[in-house]
Design a binder for this molecule. Structure first.
Ligand code: ATP
Ligand code: ATP
Ligand code: MG
Ligand code: MG
Ligand code: MG
Ligand code: MG
Length: 262
């Protein structure tokens, strides 16, 4: 098709390829969710409806982008790992980042009413996103360990903070002051001695965040369901997007799932 005399402007667009043979990690985070969570009366410290909605939006991203092998989420954020060899959108940075953030946001809004029945969405939520390239398996594992350690630190703090406010009838300023400079052991002790809460009995969803993987579909007799032949006659192993709330810092998690670091 012959271009118009205006078509030269296209040449101002610059290529933005992501380096080959590196792991693409894409993290999204809710914009001003401190305010959004108050405006929509999220339960504190953890509104389970909101966490499940995040999981559903992330699962929809994984259904759409089949080269994502792992996702991890907590609070208003989710991280996605692409397999090292992915050629999705020819590894164009902006195309990948905007498409994932848009799919996530659209799915969050699309599924809002299912998770928050009877609660009106007062305004459209939005998410930001960034991509970081990681060169080695070690640094990818350390990235996800960093996020899960963060989940633990935040959740222990928030559990103690909201116990002081909700049960202890302290103001938020007093609760902040009471927790200033305390270490994990002291927060655990405070929860147990003042509020009878054993932190280890807080649900794993809160303590570990959400880990989304692809699990093999297994037949009733335990054999893997290899399903129909895929494109090019290759046998395709069907996999199901599965949400877990487990430890991903330990070696076992990665040993059991070698496909994550393909
Ligand atoms: P920014 O736009 O800079 O990300 P933010 O207000 O979103 O600002 P974050 O550090 O991302 O700040 O923190 C998200 C906040 O959203 C949490 O501190 C918490 O107040 C709230 N939040 C997110 N998810 C939940 C949830 N499931 N239950 C209760 N509160 C939540
Ligand atoms: P890609 O994901 O590569 O952008 P695409 O299918 O979105 O693929 P585009 O070149 O962006 O391809 O074209 C958008 C197409 O969407 C149009 O060709 C047309 O078929 C359809 N479309 C968009 N807006 C309208 C509209 N208002 N009415 C009817 N069809 C529309
Ligand atoms: Mg942010
Ligand atoms: Mg945020
Ligand atoms: Mg956040
Ligand atoms: Mg289009």
């Amino acid at each position: 098709m012959a271009g118009s005399k205006f078509a030269y402007v296209r040449n101002f667009e610059l290529p933005d390829p992501l380096l080959q043979e590196t792991y693409i990690v894409l993290r999204i985070d809710g914009h001003s969710f401190h305010r959004f969570s108050e405006d929509h009366e999220f339960a504190k410290p953890n509104d389970v409806r909101a966490l499940q909605l995040m999981d559903e939006a992330a699962s929809s991203v994984m259904e759409t982008f089949t080269d994502i092998t792992l996702a991890f989420g907590e609070s208003d954020e989710f991280s996605f790992l692409f397999k090292r060899s992915t050629s999705v959108y020819n590894r164009r940075h902006a195309k990948i980042l905007t498409s994932v953030v848009s799919q996530f946001t659209a799915s969050y809004v699309f599924n809002w009413a299912k998770h928050f029945p009877g609660v009106n969405l007062k305004y459209p939520p939005s998410f930001d996103g960034r991509i970081v390239l990681y060169p080695t398996e070690k640094v990818v594992r350390d990235y996800f360990s960093w996020r899960q350690a963060d989940t633990h630190i935040n959740n222990l703090y928030n559990t103690a903070f909201w116990a002081l406010v909700q049960e202890g009838k302290q103001t938020t300023a007093q609760a902040h002051e009471a927790l200033r400079g305390t270490n994990s052991a002291q927060k655990n002790q405070l929860l147990f001695e003042r509020f009878g809460v054993n932190y280890n009995s807080v649900p794993e969803r809160m303590r570990k965040g959400s880990v989304i993987v692809r699990e093999e579909v297994v037949n009733e007799d335990g054999s893997p369901d290899v399903g129909n032949k895929g494109k090019g006659g290759k046998k395709r192993v069907p996999t199901r997007v599965t949400v877990l709330h487990c430890d991903l810092i330990r070696d076992e998690f990665w040993r059991e799932r070698p496909y994550i670091l393909l």
